[in-house]
Design a protein around this ligand. Structure first.
Ligand SMILES: [Mg+2]
Length: 302
């Protein structure tokens, strides 16, 4: 195996996960529109095209930086986030302002550290964009977790946001394992072993592991949270619970996740990115066809 063919395979895996992430994001965000609520209940698709949001736009930067640098270069990532920010893609106000200041020459290290009175953001934005990085490092889940940690800092420096990103990347790496995805328990056990446990995200993941045999997603979402507060710890444990139970079945993963509500574009982006990282986890072609194209600055498969 040459270095080139190995990078080509990594890029293919990352793009497969990105496709799942963008479909989850774009279709999930359709269900913020009240006229579509009845469709969600009946599991029917709204008319396309579905526009993706900040989750996909930032994930494209993650993949573009990996393709160019073969690791996370924080300055390149911050620059890409800032240069490609489209104001209308639903960025949170704090990160939206930070990216504008970076574009105007500000130092992301100072700006990201200063957010929220110097605590840094604990929003779910570092986790929502990172599944394709996990798929890239499917052969090395520890490196996936490490690179995800580094990738969070340009925007999210609170420990919970960082651990949330690490957990999603670990899950995507394990889901994309060359021999096929593990079972639900093995996936969450693997994630729990890879991320720092002294955190609210870690506590949530342990609770998610204990609730794997619950049939009712709404009850699980009520306990774990489903992104209503848009924090990492209110988003990641439920998203990984949902992904773990539906590896290899994108449609089931999507509907289960979307129907509990909350920060639906982001929970579905995380679930879609993790499930599509694995074999047989791609979104249906009919769904992918309804999503607007990814931005033209994205790298394409070689
Ligand atoms: Mg979004």
């Amino acid at each position: 195996m040459t270095a080139d063919s190995s990078s080509a395979r990594r890029l293919d895996r990352a793009l497969a996960s990105l496709r799942g992430l963008s479909v989850g994001d774009a279709l999930g965000s359709q269900f913020f529109v009240p006229v579509n609520y009845p469709l969600l209940k009946r599991r029917e698709l709204p008319h396309g095209p579905w526009q993706w949001t900040d989750d996909t736009e930032m994930a494209c930067s993650v993949v573009a930086v990996l393709a160019a640098h073969h690791r996370i270069d924080q300055d390149a990532l911050a620059r890409s986030f800032a240069e490609h920010q489209d104001f209308d893609r639903g960025y949170g106000p704090a990160v939206g302002r930070l990216l504008r200041l970076v574009r105007e020459g500000g130092d992301w290290r100072e700006l990201a550290a200063a957010l929220f009175n110097g605590q840094g953001s604990w929003g779910n934005g570092a986790a929502m964009r990172i599944a394709p990085l996990g798929a890239w490092y499917a052969d090395d889940p520890e490196q996936a977790t490490h690179q995800a940690e580094i990738s969070a800092y340009p925007t999210h420096q609170h420990r919970e946001a960082v651990v949330g990103a690490m957990a999603v990347a670990a899950a995507a790496a394990l889901a994309a394992a060359p021999g096929g995805p593990p079972g639900a328990e093995a996936l969450l056990d693997g994630v729990i072993a890879l991320v720092p446990m002294r955190s609210a995200v870690g506590a949530g993941l342990r609770r998610a592991r204990d609730m794997l045999d619950y049939g009712d997603a709404a009850t699980v979402a009520a306990v774990l949270g489903c992104g209503r507060r848009t924090t990492a710890h209110d988003t990641v444990p439920f998203a990984l619970w949902s992904a773990a139970r539906a590896l290899g079945d994108y449609e089931r993963a999507f509907w289960t996740t979307a129907q509990v509500g909350g920060d639906v574009d982001t929970t579905c982006a995380i679930v879609g990115g993790v499930v599509a990282a694995g074999k047989a986890g791609a979104p249906p072609a009919e769904w992918a066809d309804r999503v607007e194209p990814l931005p033209d600055w994205m790298p394409t498969p070689v």
